[in-house]
Design a binder for this molecule. Sequence first.
Ligand code: 5BU
Length: 265
Amino acid sequence: MNNSRLTPNHIPYIQREKMCTNPSAKELFLIMEKKKSNLAVAVDVTTKEELLYQVNAVAPYVCAIKTHIDMISDFDNDLLMELQQLAIKHQFLLIEDRKFADIGKTSKSQYEGGIYQISNWADLVTVHAIPGPGIVEGLRETGLQLGRGALLLAEMSSQGSLATGAYTEAAVQMAKEYSDFVIGFISQHRITNEPYFIHMTPGVSLTEGSGVFRQQYRTPEDAIYRDGCDLIIVGSSIIKATDSKFVAHDHQQAGWDAYKKRLSS
Ligand code: 5BU
């Protein structure tokens, strides 16, 4: 193959690990390769017990677990300890889908402080681009020294999302400016060809179609092979299933098969 024509679609995760500097990005690529998983499960549940039950069930099949920690009604610090222990035992990263969206100073305080102290335990956080570069600068000041990373929201899976076109392009420029901390995007497609940026994508299910409140789903194959995303984020299709372990395994295989097909295309 002619190297000058290689896009990230044709570069194995293990090689892309060497192209990035952020410790969390490196760890993620290594875990993906080792566990043969480009699946993150969105564990959107409302109690500690359910969260730990689901994480235990899907842990062998995932490279990351995505939380909305503020949905947990009986949250306490023990939960964070247990989540971190599971992350070490089963080798996965913790992504807190906080969707920071304020000015840098406020977002930094929300990242470090309050009840959740997100920077203490989340390897990766999601961040809106809407406030401009100051939000990344604020979060980066805390996150970089802890080896954390951020994902910029460049596109959304919900029908009618306003994050398109020039907005998406501006998010890519912001990420390039701070690529030591911004490790990639939440997007629906590959939006840039820098191989060190990872594209994570929600709105994925083995059954395509639409969900509640205009959520849109496409298959792991479409997300990874057709749309060029690197990692699928799957929530309800797995955690609402009768046997989430079994269904997580199916999604892991579908995601990995699509990646292999893409590499050899
Ligand atoms: P689902 O149950 O597979 O639809 O869950 C998708 C998860 O991804 C859920 O936690 C959302 O908050 C999250 N999400 C999304 O669905 N679409 C987006 O564009 C972004 C996040 Br950003």
